[in-house]
Ligand binder design. Structure first.
Ligand code: FRU
Length: 466
């Protein structure tokens, strides 16, 4: 019997972010709402703090901030060597998972594989059964072996699926399919494709497609973009195309690819529409080239806080979901701010700062050794985040000088929202001591946040399992 990993050291454990109880996590999957609960699944390997044969980890929540970890929903083995990323949709009183079966052809060669799309279903939202007719969709002829990460949604009586693909010409693309029943799928179109591997990617992972404001957004994680100035500094990127959909051809006429988060640790987004109509996104709070020092402690990876998306001026803005405010336990500071003073922070904190005139250095967070700063280069309209690590700089331009910064600190992570979410930076940062904040702000608030919002495999789910 393989042993599940256990956490051996609490030093980097997060308070209000979703993590595994031990073992590895990557992409969020199956973000959905079913029978009174939000569900989130994730790429999971329970037996090491490293990527391995992929399972689907699972948690549910009634408010998107307190998560109850449930037993793994999918494990590889009988039908595939890995259950790769996918999505979930309620249908016929069941929660259906649509996932990629990753199949190794030669166990000695990780590059020899094929991928197809599969279903699993559950009536209670806890126990899942793989569909006996799997796979429901095989790789098309004009494709390479890269064919994964189905995102399914429903419009009236029709289900749609967007899948990440690499065309036979070696370019990344998003394929659109439709089905009356989740089982028989017909291809509608190549929704969008990369014109060039180096500027737009050789493979588009984790596509997601939805209306936002009066446009459509195709969110995805392209692989293979070459770094160019401040852009595309991570190994792979996550970003979006905004456009209009031709209802006849199902082709998206779109603008330029835009990175959705400018930090080091952000990849593989997934969104859902909440019952009250918000488009909410979560992402893996890491990247394939992130060091993930928590591996030494028996776990790896976490999901970002959920963020509400909106479209303004052709750009996607992100704000922390409003439920995050319910985690404020104590107001430590609120009102006039002393520029230059080092404010002591608790390790789980929310910070809201207002700047009347943007200073050269907006803020610095440090424990004396580890830290980051946010600076504004007015003459270049350039916002620069510097994390005190190798390759620590990430930067971008803004449409207006920074006037508001909201940041969430959680032990070993920081998520920064600038100018009401026009730009975000998501960072893992392995603080070792007490953290202080210095900011050249006019006004500011610091809230201590509720420390533990996750439970692991106890109470309600076990009751229901009996
Ligand atoms: C993205 C990704 C997906 C794949 C999964 C495997 O991070 O590579 O394309 O389904 O991770 O774990």
């Amino acid at each position: 019997m393989k042993q599940e990993m256990h956490v051996t050291n609490q030093r980097y454990r997060l308070g209000y972010h979703l993590m595994t109880k031990g073992g590895w996590m990557n992409d969020p999957n199956g973000f959905s709402y079913f029978k009174g609960y939000y569900h989130i699944f994730y790429q999971y390997y329970p037996y090491a703090a490293e990527w391995g044969p992929m399972h689907w980890g699972h948690a549910r929540s009634t408010d998107l901030v307190h998560w109850e970890t449930l037993p793994a929903a999918l494990a590889p083995g009988d039908m595939e060597s890995g259950c790769f990323s996918g999505s979930a949709v309620p249908h016929d009183g069941k929660l259906w998972l649509i996932y990629t079966g990753h199949h190794y052809i030669d166990p000695k060669d990780p590059e020899a594989f094929y991928e197809d799309q599969n279903l699993a279903y559950s009536e209670d939202g806890i126990h899942f059964t793989k569909y006996e007719g799997n796979p429901v969709l095989r790789v098309p002829k004009d494709n390479t072996k890269h064919f994964r990460d189905p995102k399914v949604w429903r419009e009236g009586d029709t289900f749609y699926m967007v899948v990440g693909s690499q065309g036979a010409d070696g370019c990344g693309r998003a394929l659109l399919y439709r089905s009356p029943d989740l089982i028989d799928w017909t291809r509608c179109s190549v929704l969008a494709k990369s014109e060039n591997e180096k500027t737009e990617g050789y493979m588009w992972e984790c596509p997601d497609f939805f209306p936002l404001g009066d446009k459509y957004v195709l969110l995805m994680s392209p692989q293979g973009l070459e770094a160019s100035g401040d852009d595309y500094r991570n190994l792979n990127q996550t970003g979006y195309l905004v456009g209009t959909l031709d209802e006849e051809t199902h082709v998206l006429a779109h603008g330029k690819f835009v990175e959705i988060d400018r930090g080091h640790d952000f990849y593989a987004t997934q969104t859902m529409e909440t019952p009250d109509g918000r488009r909410v996104m979560m992402a893996w709070m890491a990247a394939w080239d992130s060091p993930m020092h928590e591996k030494e402690d028996g776990w790896a990876g976490a999901l970002t806080i959920p963020r509400t998306l909106r479209l303004a001026g052709g750009k996607v803005y992100q704000s922390p979901i409003r439920e995050m405010e319910s985690l404020r336990e104590k107001t430590l500071q609120d009102g006039a701010w002393e520029a230059g003073k080092a404010y002591a922070l608790p390790r789980k904190a929310e910070i809201c700062l207002r700047f009347d005139a943007a200073p050269a250095v907006l803020l610095t967070l440090t424990d004396g050794t580890h830290g980051l700063s946010l600076a504004w280069e007015a003459e270049k309209n350039r916002l620069v985040l510097t994390r005190k690590t190798k390759d620590g700089v990430r930067a971008c331009t803004l449409s207006a000088a920074p006037h508001a910064v909201r940041a969430f600190l959680d032990q070993s992570s920081v998520e920064v929202f600038v100018n009401d979410g026009e730009t975000t930076f998501t960072e893992r940062i392995y603080f070792a001591g007490n953290v202080t904040l210095t900011a050249a702000a006019q006004e500011g608030a610091i809230y201590a946040l509720e420390a533990e919002t996750n439970t692991y495999g106890t109470d309600a789910a076990e009751e229901e399992t009996k």
